[in-house]
Design a protein around this ligand. Sequence first.
Ligand code: SAM
Ligand code: SF4
Length: 364
Amino acid sequence: MTSSDHFGVYLHIPFCAHRCGYCAFATWSDRHHLESAYLEAVEVDIERAVQEGMPPASSIFVGGGTPSLVSADRLASAISSIPRYEGAEITVECNPDDVTSERLRELCAAGVNRISLGVQSTISHVLTSLDRTHDVDNVQCAVECIRSVGISTFNLDLIYGTAGETVDEWRSCLTELLQHHPPHISAYALTVEPGTPLADQHGRHPDDDDQADKYALADEVLSSAGLANYEVSNWASPGHECRHNLLYWRQGNYRGFGCAAHSHEDGRRWWNVRTPDRYIALVSDGASVEAASETLDAETRVFEELELQLRLREGVPREALDGDVLDGLVELRDDRWVLTRNGRLMANEISTRLIVPPTVAGDY
Ligand SMILES: C[S@@+](CC[C@H](N)C(=O)[O-])C[C@H]1O[C@@H](n2cnc3c(N)ncnc32)[C@H](O)[C@@H]1O
Ligand code: SF4
């Protein structure tokens, strides 16, 4: 498969048992009655796209929301309806409490070969502060189930910087999870998203210096355990990097199904209506589910490409940055500027210095 054959499919499941106070994703805890109609609409939408010539997927990502909350056979049926290459990476996000061998076997039969578990923390008061409802002991059970059905690549999602979390607690969370030998970890700094309950609770907002210390600690502990950083917030053992996310970060083409899902094709981006109710109604009317779109001009596209590359282990071409003045924040590797650990903490600031080469912009 050449890189131009890479095509991603994202499927959004907008249901959660409970809404976490920090979360701004398009998800609802009071619309479970729509589940069946929603999954049916998603399948109809996929069928239409296939009839219109949607290419086979090299990766599929089922995210949310909480995909593990919906009926496994209905989800498996929606996943099975997506044409894909043999060996495609197929990920489903799961809550550790919902993982059972039966559920995973049904998903495996539809081709699922990667699980992303929303662990967030192993410290009880941190989980409470994050409004998480899962039981920490279930993380170990979930990992055992994943392995027992033969899925060898999985991710643990973590959040650091929650109010009241000490540096020692963050260290023990990481070391405890490493005992399960996860091949991939995503660790995100808690972000205050506008409009969330957390945004109104100023006393619980994270502290930048504390988050910087915890990022450095995570990188030290994870890299010593053989998980290499390959994107600012992602670490993996060799060969376990998430191919679907890499496709996003390399500006590949992808199609999103379900409410609020985003799509991209050669510089045109569009996104679907936000609520499941609207999505179901539009699909059943045979109407477009697109809410809005934008087409990037050549310069913006090149700038975004560099911005995303900068966050990756491969870095940016030498001419795209005056790295000599960014002492200790970038280093030259194979004629490319790559962020150091300290640089990764300042990725946003450094990206404002990226230089779009006029000749490259002209290629688009
Ligand atoms: C699509 S979300 C949800 C997946 C799943 N529903 C869950 O919560 O376990 C994927 C990940 O984004 C991260 N996340 C969501 N909101 C965040 C925030 N405000 N700050 C930092 N990380 C966040 C969490 O680690 C979460 O697991
Ligand atoms: S973080 Fe996950 S479980 Fe919590 S509300 Fe958001 S999508 Fe749902």
